[in-house]
Ligand binder design. Structure first.
Ligand code: CU
Length: 342
């Protein structure tokens, strides 16, 4: 059998293999192109910082393709020609293709990257960074604080950031426990959040929209479930929202009582109530959020109830105890109460 041509049985398999080999060439670009647009793509920039990142990517992609074609062409040429090089000509090839050319290419790329750096990471003097937004990475959610002109905290929220369109938003990035990384692909590059440090980051959204951000540094069991939302709204709408957030609102007293009686207020704050815990996300405007538990679930009353009953089931390693032992009725009341917090 060995050494003979393909048998009847092996032929279909051979053609199957051939189409399998083609598969990555069709599938990979298809798959990667399908993720090029949308609220979570560095290739669909929504601001100047992100545009530079995308630009750098395409320049590198183009350069990479040119070099790859040249290398493959050289390889094919070398494989076909059975020429034996003299030691001198081999040395010249190594010098040019192995040292001089890479140095030139990498030097050009480095200069280009350095030239672009001020645009990608605009440096804004401290005194111009008024009204900063302080974002703290926590396992596995985001604490968001809006500061006023004097740098005092106006109010706190979580897992969602609002910025005005067309105006630079200045972030102060911190970490409470381990290293996290703040990344909104549509708006700009990543910035690490390091315990004990405050890293500044300025991002501008030049079109209105909702953008998704993620934690880009492995930070524990539920790292992959640590997302957030950036909403870029018109500056006037932003001002109205800031004012609204500072005003107090009437609350459903019965729901609040169930919330407080079950100890939720030890870790969560709801402004204007006895709930003033600081361990978990501030829930004052919880009903406004588009997602639940840092993007882990949709924001529906059922999902809130499910999360409260067993948060560890949805986010492994979560720092919230489970409340499955509470009567279902209480959990549903709490969920309905929280959903209405605006
Ligand atoms: Cu993280």
């Amino acid at each position: 059998m060995r050494g003979k041509g393909p048998t009847e049985a092996s032929r279909p398999m051979g053609s199957g293999l051939r189409s399998l080999k083609l598969c990555p060439f069709i599938l990979l670009p298809g798959l990667s192109l399908s993720s090029c647009s949308g609220s979570h793509s560095a290739l669909d920039p929504a601001g100047p910082e992100a545009s530079y990142v995308a630009h750098l990517f395409f320049v590198m992609l183009f350069g990479g393709i040119v070099i790859w074609i040249a290398v493959v062409a050289a390889l094919i040429y070398a494989a076909r020609k059975k020429r034996v090089h003299s030691e001198e000509s081999a040395g010249r090839i190594i010098l040019w293709c192995g040292a001089i050319l890479p140095t030139l290419v990498l030097g050009a790329l480095l200069s280009y990257g350095l030239w672009m750096m001020p645009a990608i990471r605009p440096w804004v003097p401290d005194e111009q960074q008024v009204r900063r937004i302080e974002v703290t990475g926590e396992q596995f959610w985001w604490r968001v604080r809006y500061l006023d002109e004097a740098g005092e905290v106006m109010f706190e929220t979580a897992n969602e950031v609002r910025i005005p369109v067309g105006e630079p938003a200045h972030f102060s990035l911190r970490a409470a426990d381990v290293i996290h990384s703040f990344w909104v692909p549509s708006l700009g590059g990543k910035m690490d959040m390091i315990p004990g440090r405050t890293n500044p980051l300025t991002l501008t959204a030049d079109r209105q929209g909702t953008y998704r951000g993620v934690c880009a540094e492995f930070c524990g069991q539920s790292h992959a479930l640590m997302a957030f939302t950036v909403r870029a709204v018109q500056p006037e709408a932003h001002e109205t929202w800031l004012a609204e957030r500072r005003a107090s609102k009437p609350l459903d007293a019965e729901g609040l009582a169930v919330f407080l009686n079950n100890g939720c207020g030890a870790c969560h704050a709801i402004s204007g109530t006895a709930a003033n815990g600081r361990i978990g996300p501030d829930l004052t405007a919880f009903g406004e959020r588009g997602t639940l538990a840092a993007g882990a679930l949709p924001h529906t009353t059922e999902d809130i109830a499910r999360f409260v009953a067993d948060p560890g089931d949805i986010k492994p390693g979560v720092k919230m105890p489970h409340f499955g032992m509470l009567p279902e009725d209480d959990i549903n009341k709490i969920a309905a109460f929280l959903k209405e917090l605006k």
